[in-house]
Write a protein that binds this ligand. Structure first.
Ligand code: SAM
Length: 247
């Protein structure tokens, strides 16, 4: 077993890969430690350098940046590993939230771990955690499914989720949110659901109710922005079925 001392903030930040969480919409949602790490590393590997530049400008951070996105992970990861072996420190960020959560990170993190390079998390926002904790659905056990498969495997996934006892957390785009809710109603029934839109942003909105009612509510205007969908599991349905008439 290999253990590492988290060296962030101690000044000993050479040859370390920092996985840094950044805001999911509100630029104030970043930790002091994240700002410190972004200000002191040798290079920032960003999913989209233009998006990250807005954040860096806001905090007056000037650092060299490299792109690291899903389609260049395979070639970029070994380049970052080479820099880390040379003693450079690298901060990995995505467009929003925590890298590795429905965002690139896994390939370079795995390589760093395999090569004995210290990997240090700098925790911060994740959209689904923000949505889950205000959902009003059970948070003691949950499963994060990320984006559902768009075509192949979609039906099978719904079949699997039917029997899921834990709260189910999904990511969804504005283009598919209505379709996904309609399919949830069809395959999983009229259970309780929470749709959290634009968390931490100006138009943050949380809609709670049975699936049919939430579909109705979302039908009132064209869906816009980013969505987290939280579904109650079968256990919660059984637990509440005697007393519950809605939400
Ligand atoms: N790495 C991010 C995280 O830590 O949450 C997730 C990135 S994933 C590519 C983008 C998806 O996350 C969006 O389509 C949406 O489902 C969800 N998301 C991100 N920001 C959000 C926000 N402010 N409000 C609601 N959902 C959000």
């Amino acid at each position: 077993m290999v253990t590492e001392e988290a060296s962030a903030g101690s000044g000993a930040n050479r040859g370390v890969l920092y996985v840094v969480a950044t805001p999911i919409g509100n630029l104030d949602d970043i930790t002091h430690r994240a700002v410190k790490v972004l200000s002191t590393v040798d290079v920032i590997a960003a999913e989209d350098t233009r998006t990250t530049k807005i954040l860096l400008d806001h905090y007056r951070i000037r650092k060299p940046m490299l792109s690291y996105f899903s389609r260049n992970e395979g070639t970029r990861a070994p380049q970052l590993i080479a820099r880390l072996h040379q003693g450079q420190s690298v901060a990995l960020v995505s467009d929003a939230g925590t890298p590795g959560i429905s965002d690139p990170a896994y390939v370079v993190v795995r390589q760093a771990v395999e090569e004995g390079i210290p990997v240090v998390p700098i925790p911060g926002p994740t959209a689904f955690i923000s949505a889950l904790v205000v959902s009003g659905l059970p948070t003691d056990r949950f499963v994060f499914e990320g984006f559902l498969p768009q075509k192949k495997g979609r039906r099978t996934k719904f079949e699997q989720l039917k029997a899921e006892r834990r709260t189910v957390v999904l990511y969804e785009s504005p283009h598919r949110i209505r379709k996904t809710l309609a399919e949830i109603l069809e395959h999983l029934g009229d259970r309780r659901v929470v749709v959290a839109r634009e968390m931490t942003k100006k138009f943050e909105e949380i809609v709670r109710g049975r699936v049919h009612a939430v579909i109705e509510e979302l039908g009132r205007k064209e869906p816009r922005g980013e969505y987290v969908v939280i579904l109650e599991g079968t256990d919660a349905r059984e637990r509440d079925s005697d007393t519950d008439s809605g939400m």
